[in-house]
Design a protein around this ligand. Sequence first.
Ligand code: ZN
Length: 261
Amino acid sequence: MKISKIFLYDEPSVPEININQLADFIKKNFAIDIEVRKNIFSNVKETTAKQLASCRIFNTRKPFEFHSPSAEEIEFEKNSFQNSSKIKNIIMYDGFEFQKILSDLISEAENSANNFHLIFTNRLMCTYDYNDYRYHGRAIICSNPSIISTTGIIEAPAKPKEYYIELISNMAQGLNLESIKKKYRGAYLEYHDERISTIVEGYAMQALFYYLTGEPFCELEECRLFNPHWQKELLHSQIEIGKLCKKHQKILGDLVLDLNS
Ligand SMILES: [Zn+2]
């Protein structure tokens, strides 16, 4: 697949994404023309709010079925279009359905295979896994458009095991969540963590690798294409290592040559 232009849609409620810095990063690494846009929801349709409310997940043990939304749920979606910082609680959406709805918001002129769209949202993307018959939070939905969920980056890779163990044992004695959080601070991402701006570079690379090569991930933890199951792995690949492995660096070099030939 060839890309002649990338459209990058910001999530205004998460300034830590630092969208212009990300655009520079992509331009520098992939040498593709790029346009930054404020928010995918600045151009919604009459039906968008209802569609979004219909793909919310309430039972994580059941495969996807459309939800019949209440007037309040539709209103909530409408109010979040311009100000998504209103989303305080974590609301789960089926990632594939969500992706389809957003795809529908892209104009026909721009919805061609050589235009790649990368959309940020703070809504939590989830996909149903038939291996364990439940929904899991996702940081990224690879497709065109690709979706990167900032809430997914924070919630999907698990925090240290000890954190959960301590949380559960403390619950029995009357929970002091703050002191546990303090103890593990830095070991996992928090909301509005400034490291998000670096981490989104890795996820953007995964989305682009998926579209250009069909393979978004690398099995090496020492590569920004590594698909982390733990926060520790995420921070290792994206912050401590912060680069591609040799193999993927070579693939990227070849891609850039090919894209510009
Ligand atoms: Zn790699």
